[in-house]
Design a protein around this ligand. Structure first.
Ligand SMILES: Nc1nc2c(ncn2[C@@H]2O[C@H](COP(=O)(O)OP(=O)(O)OP(=O)(O)O)[C@@H](O)[C@H]2O)c(=O)[nH]1
Ligand SMILES: [Mg+2]
Length: 297
């Protein structure tokens, strides 16, 4: 019997911070979606392509679902919900350490009307008690459209192979949507801006990160090759935040730049000369114009 190529789209959805982007990166084997310990790290849909000789899965990582507090939040929620249309399966992810909270329950209710079958993933089992995991599992068993429940650790990789086996059963005979060497649809400049935002999220204090946005102003490869010049701006919402992002004598901005540059060099395969600026844009998360400038449209 002839083996036909199988493919399909899978959305990864869940509350903020449950580990969706960590899972995507683990599956495709590259950091294409930034990760941080803060909620609401992912702001756009991030596509990750997993290709094998006889099948291809196109994953959509999405912003964590929570009640929006500004226009950016509304945009993020819309992106997350839109990902549910036209996928072959939905991966609904929860954090084993947190139990099922109100926001997880709210999302579960929303998923009752989803057209695609749901695979529930209880993540972070490396840091949870068996009892906690079991409590979540028992609750999820009551949901009729959840067809599988699997416990994983996206961080250390436990059971991710089993999850992939389950996902495979939802693929249908179909085309190879993307070439073998393609892991994401995000342009390099988008990944570069995301890497800067990730480093800033990692290095800065709690109160600032949510109001941060990063735009790449210009990116150019020098004629003699081997070196990219990148100009980027970090936007924040207050003068006081600007001071914190820049730090004493520029020390914080320098740290953010150094770490981001290292990742960018790895991504681009060349040396990078990164020029970072900080600008205040009051309440930009409610400004459609700035949001558009930063790629949230
Ligand atoms: N212990 C443990 N930590 C994890 C695991 N998966 C993710 N994390 C951590 O959880 C935090 C959030 O991970 P993300 O992948 O950014 O979560 P997310 O669901 O994409 O978050 P948003 O984009 O904000 O919705 C990070 O600090 C990760 O390192 C896991 O399996 N075990
Ligand atoms: Mg994420």
């Amino acid at each position: 019997m002839e083996n036909k190529f199988c493919s399909g789209f899978v959305s990864i959805i869940g509350s903020p911070n449950v580990g969706k982007s960590t899972l995507l990166n683990r599956i495709v084997g590259q950091k294409i979606s930034i990760v941080s310990e803060r909620a609401q790290t992912t702001r756009n849909r991030v596509m990750g392509v997993y290709t094998k000789s006889d099948h291809q899965v196109v994953f959509l990582d999405t912003p964590g679902v929570t009640s929006p507090k500004n226009k950016l939040g509304e945009y993020m929620l819309k992106i997350a919900y839109e990902s549910l249309n036209e996928v072959e399966a939905i991966v609904f992810m929860t954090d084993a350490r947190n139990g099922l909270r109100e926001k997880d329950e709210a999302l579960l209710s929303k998923l009752k009307t989803a057209k695609a079958p749901i695979i529930a993933v209880i993540n972070k089992i490396d840091g949870a008690s068996l009892d906690d995991v079991e409590t979540i599992r028992e609750r999820l068993l009551k949901e009729e459209n959840i067809e599988h429940i699997i416990k994983i650790s996206a961080m250390d990789g436990t059971n991710v192979d089993k999850l992939m086996e389950i996902i495979r059963t939802y693929l249908e005979e179909g085309p190879k949507y993307f070439p073998d060497d393609m892991v994401t649809d995000q342009p390099e400049r988008v990944i570069c801006s995301e890497l800067i935002r990730e480093k800033a999220l990692l290095l800065l204090r709690e109160e600032i990160p949510h109001g941060m946005g990063v735009g790449i102003d210009k990116m150019s490869l020098r004629e003699e090759g081997g070196l990219y010049d990148v100009w980027a701006t970090i936007y924040c919402e207050r003068e006081s935040h600007k001071g914190i992002i820049i730090g004493k004598k520029g020390s914080m901005l320098k740290k953010i730049g150094t770490e981001a540059r290292r990742d960018m060099e790895w991504l681009l395969g060349t040396r990078v000369n990164l020029q970072l600026y900080v600008k205040v844009k009051n309440d930009w998360r409610n400004s459609v114009a700035v949001m558009r400038e930063l790629g949230y449209e």
